[in-house]
Design a protein around this ligand. Structure first.
Ligand code: DGY
Length: 326
């Protein structure tokens, strides 16, 4: 069987795939266009794609031999799952292995913004540090403050649990109760409005869907404390970036830490000019260990899926129910 890999992933994943399949891989270090992906999957049985690849109806219906899509990401808002399901193609993702790593980046951003780490680094490197000063680069305390977690699935839960050493008051908003957080941290499930008004630090951990698009807009930003810090390691379009840029430049809030952007990889010059935002290049899962585990997981799903089994991390398991009924 033949598979198409849209960009180089860590070698252990490729080695596992090579043992089973003939691989055609995009060797250029760039995101392919939709047309290039369609060309790439010609006569292929499997597609291993990334979160940057637009896997829409056109791609899904382009190649009759396509039988399996393994995505090298946990988020799958770039894939038309309904279309894949309709065509009977299982789609897998990489949940679990990147949970702690992404939660760690959210904390890294939280501290970077709150203690003004990037500003301080630039200040020091550029020769402005002339000695200790009582009012120099003052940030805010984290311990004993209120932490607001929007979405307490795997990553949101891991992020919240890491607050333990800081003895924080934890608020969360989610469709479901999170008993683990309630028992271990005394966390309280509250409506989004309450969370926005009462939290000192707010971190977003929901997937991007029609419902979460611009979940944080001007109205929500105006509800936050003037000292609040907003962190987003989920997906860019969950925040209205124009409204956030205004909130930061007019100091409605203290600062923000972003790993994801509304029109990724484009970032407005206005946002880039601001000192009270720390920007990262979508590296929530970006550690050697985690990216390797993601590659192995994507490979395992592809191998099991193409051998006719149910991929362990299949998103659209209905595909198999349909198959067993017909
Ligand atoms: C994912 O897997 O969805 C993450 O955004 C990658 O860092």
């Amino acid at each position: 069987m033949k598979i198409f890999v849209t960009r180089q992933i860590p070698q252990p994943g490729l080695d596992a795939l090579k043992k089973e399949f003939t691989i055609d891989m995009n060797l250029s270090d760039r995101v392919l266009t939709k047309e290039e992906i369609i060309k790439g999957i010609k006569d292929k049985d499997g597609l291993l794609c990334l979160l940057t690849d637009p896997i829409d109806k056109d791609v899904i219906y382009a190649e009759p031999s396509l039988k399996m899509i393994a995505s090298y990401a946990v988020g799958y808002d770039n894939i038309d799952i309904a279309a894949a399901t309709k065509r009977g193609i299982p789609v897998s993702n990489t949940p679990g292995v990147l949970t702690e790593t992404t939660a760690e980046l959210a904390w890294a951003l939280l501290f970077s913004v709150t203690r003004r780490i990037v500003e301080g680094d630039t200040f020091t490197r550029t020769g402005n540090f002339k000695g200790w000063a009582p009012m120099l680069m003052l940030g805010q305390d984290v311990s004993q403050k209120t932490l607001g977690v929007i979405g307490t699935g795997r990553i949101g839960t891991a992020f919240a649990l890491k607050s333990k050493g800081f003895h924080m008051n934890v608020l969360y908003t989610d469709e479901q109760r999170n008993e683990q957080l309630e028992q271990q941290l005394g966390a309280r499930r509250v409506p989004l409005i309450t969370l926005l008004k009462e939290s000192d630090f707010i971190s977003i951990h929901v997937p991007l869907t029609k419902e979460t698009f611009h979940l944080i807009d001007e109205k929500e930003l105006r509800l936050m404390k003037k000292t609040a810090v907003l962190i987003n390691t989920a997906r860019g379009p969950i925040i209205n970036e124009k409204a956030l840029t205004r909130a930061l430049s007019e100091q409605w809030i203290f600062g923000a830490g972003l790993d994801v952007y509304e029109k990724e990889p484009e970032i407005s010059e206005e946002l880039k000019r601001l000192d009270n935002v720390v920007l990262q290049p979508h590296v929530g899962s970006g550690t050697i260990e985690t990216r390797t585990k993601m590659a192995l997981m994507a490979a395992e799903n592809m191998i099991i899926g193409l051998k006719g089994g149910i991929p362990p991390n299949c998103i659209n398991k209905e595909v198999f129910h349909k198959k067993s009924i017909t």
